[in-house]
Design a protein around this ligand. Structure first.
Ligand SMILES: [Zn+2]
Length: 77
């Protein structure tokens, strides 16, 4: 009996690992952007966040604008 690749694939569709919804995404947005601008590994600190941004244009846009906002607010020394 041979394995059906399509069947295996369909079982793999969907988020692997922690699922981040829009609400959780908004909760973590500040922290994620701060880490990102600080040069920290934001993807490791907020697992699943980047994956959500990739699949959610609304949050992606929100992330972009917050990053621009916070980035502009950073004190220049
Ligand atoms: Zn979202």
């Amino acid at each position: 009996m041979e394995a059906d690749p399509k069947h295996t694939l369909s079982r793999l569709v969907g988020p692997a690992g922690p699922e981040v919804g829009c609400d959780a995404c908004f909760d973590e947005l500040d922290r994620y952007v701060e880490l990102e601008l600080a040069g920290e590994d934001a993807d490791a600190a907020v697992p699943g966040f980047r994956a959500h941004l990739d699949g959610c244009p609304a949050c992606c846009e929100e992330h972009e604008s917050l990053r621009a906002l916070v980035g502009a607010r950073q004190p220049h020394r």
